[in-house]
Write a protein that binds this ligand. Structure first.
Ligand code: C2G
Length: 152
């Protein structure tokens, strides 16, 4: 049994997350995914839109995921590798080299990220669309249509 282990926040779950989990799953027989809790993300200085309970439920529901566990701290990885008898630890290459110390316990791989999509980018786009901005847009549109009216 070849077990693969990875971790992530998986906020605003998107195709980049899915492709990474599918590619990691294809490296072995069983995929274990650590999903960062809201408290741990706070420690990481990361704000999420989707709460932990929903993010882990989404990850758990994926066909390529065999087990999803909470990620509560940076230090739990070695314990998780031992507990789940992990053969391969994998992350996207935005983490390249960051977990090499785990090579003492299992194989470590960094896979290419999916370009052009990120939760940060989605959050920025949503921010543009939030209510205050919609209000400004409405005002601008009213102004434009009043100008157009003058030409009628
Ligand atoms: N990812 C990807 N392609 C993207 C975006 C993300 O392949 N376009 C990968 C990342 O490289 C990562 C995984 O998806 O391996 C999850 O990404 P995040 O949710 O951003 O995870 P992060 O907050 O970086 O948490 O202990 C490690 C941390 O928990 C990692």
């Amino acid at each position: 049994m070849k077990t693969i282990l990875t971790y992530g926040t998986f906020d605003l779950f998107h195709i980049g997350h899915l492709r990474l989990l599918q590619r990691l799953s294809a490296l072995g027989d069983r995929l274990v995914v650590g999903v960062s809790t809201d408290e741990f993300n706070h420690l990481k200085g990361k704000k999420t839109v989707v709460p932990f309970a929903d993010r882990i439920e989404i990850v758990r529901a994926l066909a390529c995921v065999d087990l999803a566990i909470p990620e509560t701290c940076w230090e739990q990885k070695v314990d998780d590798i031992r507990r789940h008898e992990v053969s391969i630890f994998g992350m996207g290459n935005d983490w390249a080299g960051k977990f090499d110390e785990l090579k003492a316990h299992c194989e470590v791989v960094y896979l290419p990220r999916t370009e052009g999509i990120s939760s940060t980018h989605i959050r920025k786009t949503l921010k543009i669309l939030d209510q205050t901005h919609v209000g400004e847009l409405k005002q601008a549109l009213d102004l434009i249509s009043s100008i157009i009216d003058r030409f009628d």
